[in-house]
Design a protein around this ligand. Structure first.
Ligand SMILES: [Zn+2]
Length: 488
């Protein structure tokens, strides 16, 4: 009922014990909170003709349908809004009242159940969906952040920078709470939109941080500018990236920029989180020269299923599939069996981590969004499925390419014409545009079997403007300028 202290078992327990403990957590959450007090799941269970108690554990979740983005049209239906009469007669409430007295019980329930913070989806393709947090959730968020600090081998005496954009978004608030959870200094710059590039550079230089937490594209621009300005951030030891996927090529480029600034030994970890999960996971810091070993998941906070995106059936451990998540200790807004639309290349594993030995589940390999696969009409005959995730990886991995943006157009701006792909590019210092043009064309062709229709070179300033660095919450790497085919 009260925000619980940290659960040390998340990193040390065997797979069997994780399974048993998750069953207990799931049963309790569904029976005491989700089914009686959320409109959506109360109705769903009634329609299915089952009781909360019929879900005995995570294996039984397959009796429930998935919840997807489209189901979240009425966000209030997913909020735990307690009926006081029911709450007062629950066994857990009575038990707490006997040992703590009525006023402490009232306070504990208020801290557990009253929403006090909101984050929201970015709402690029649909209306933003708000997700509510109670004090109980904030305690979990702090614990989640503390674990991320621990996994990245941070130190509480260090100085941390949170350069996520100040917005009602998970990334900013998780980074903030990671600071309080780890009891360390965390300066939030608010990102480019709040202080601008110059403001960020000035503040970060003054702080002289040991660690920076930021979105990869924004940080890349910051470091690019910082090296041009001849700034030295020699204490920097960790970079933790979130909010966008992080191709390996991007890590390499960030590391090179850090070296130019006198930070010789920077470990770069990436995170994965989303509004609906109300938390994020990170990789543990690998030994020098070794690859990362996957995202470390907290089994006391979330149960993960990996399913075949076509059939919706669970796939065996280690097999690729779509990530589906069910919270085990959330309050406020709760979404059960949430289909993320994100594909994990190497699936989930319960084997101990080869680097840190933790036994928590890990998500292995690259994550790509189902929506990254888009259909393009590159010739008149048929649509071609293009994996934009692969394209972005490829561009980030191209040496000599400083920054890029993909633009989709229609030939002659005619909605009935074929699609055109234009690559906008900034050559890295010391690389010639003609050689780069050839390299982009060739590598592009290898990945998607067609060359870009055009490659246009720009200056760093132009590219920053085009990507919206310091203007947009998220830098624009792919821009769709095709006229709407439905328009007359
Ligand atoms: Zn590990």
């Amino acid at each position: 009922m009260k925000p619980r202290p940290s659960n040390p078992w998340w990193a040390t327990t065997s797979h069997d014990e994780i399974h048993q403990r998750q069953d207990v957590l799931l049963r309790r959450l569904l029976k005491d909170r989700v089914v009686p007090f959320t409109a959506y799941y109360g109705k769903l269970f009634k329609e299915l003709g089952i009781e909360a108690g019929d879900i005995r554990g995570t294996d039984d979740l397959e009796k429930l349908p998935f919840t997807s983005k489209a189901d979240l049209a009425n966000p209030r239906d997913f909020v735990i809004i307690p009926d006081e009469k029911v709450l007062r007669h629950q066994w857990s409430t009575l038990k707490y009242a006997i040992t703590h007295g009525p006023s402490a019980t009232k306070q504990a329930l208020e801290e557990e159940l009253r929403p006090i913070l909101l984050t929201s989806t970015t709402g690029r393709s649909s209306a933003p969906v708000p997700f509510l947090y109670t004090k109980h959730d904030l305690a979990n968020l702090e614990e989640c952040g503390r674990r991320m600090m621990e996994l990245c081998q941070s130190d509480a005496s260090w100085r941390h920078i949170n350069a996520f954009p100040f917005a009602p978004h998970l990334a900013f608030w998780l980074a903030h709470h990671a600071g309080t959870g780890f009891n360390t200094f965390m300066m939030s710059t608010g990102g480019g939109k709040t202080l601008g590039t110059e403001g960020n550079l000035n503040l970060i230089t003054k702080i002289d941080p040991d660690a920076i937490i930021a979105m990869p594209t924004f940080l890349y621009h910051l470091l690019q500018q910082a090296t041009q300005d001849g700034l030295r951030w020699t204490k920097l030891k960790r970079i933790v990236l979130g909010g966008e996927k992080v191709p390996l090529g991007m890590r390499r480029k960030l590391r090179a920029l850090c070296e130019q600034m006198g930070a010789e030994d920077v470990a770069i970890m990436s995170t994965y989180g989303f509004t609906e999960a109300k938390l994020a996971w990170t990789e543990c810091m690998p030994p020098k020269g070794e690859e990362v070993s996957g995202l470390h998941v907290y089994p006391d906070q979330m149960f993960l299923e990996i399913v075949d995106p076509e059939t919706g059936k669970r796939v065996p451990d280690g097999q690729p599939g779509e990530i589906v998540c069910t919270p085990l200790d959330a309050r406020g807004t709760v979404v059960v069996r949430y289909r993320t639309g994100d594909l994990i290349e190497g699936g989930i594993t319960y084997e101990p981590c080869p680097h840190c030995g933790r036994t928590c589940p890990r998500l292995i390999g690259k994550i790509s969004r189902v929506s990254d696969i888009r259909e393009l009409n590159v010739n008149k005959l048929k649509g071609t499925l293009v994996d934009f995730n692969a394209l972005e990886n490829l561009l980030d991995d191209t040496d000599g390419l400083g920054a890029w943006q993909i633009e989709l157009r229609k030939r002659n701006d005619d909605p009935l014409e074929t699609d055109q792909v234009v690559v906008h590019a900034v050559p890295a210092e010391g690389s010639g545009s003609e050689a780069l043009r050839e390299q982009i064309s060739q590598r592009f062709g290898q990945a998607v079997e067609f060359a870009p229709n055009d490659i246009v070179f720009h200056s760093w300033d132009e590219m920053r403007r085009m990507q919206g660095v310091g203007k947009e919450l998220k830098e624009k790497k792919v821009v769709d300028n095709r006229p709407n085919p439905e328009a007359p």
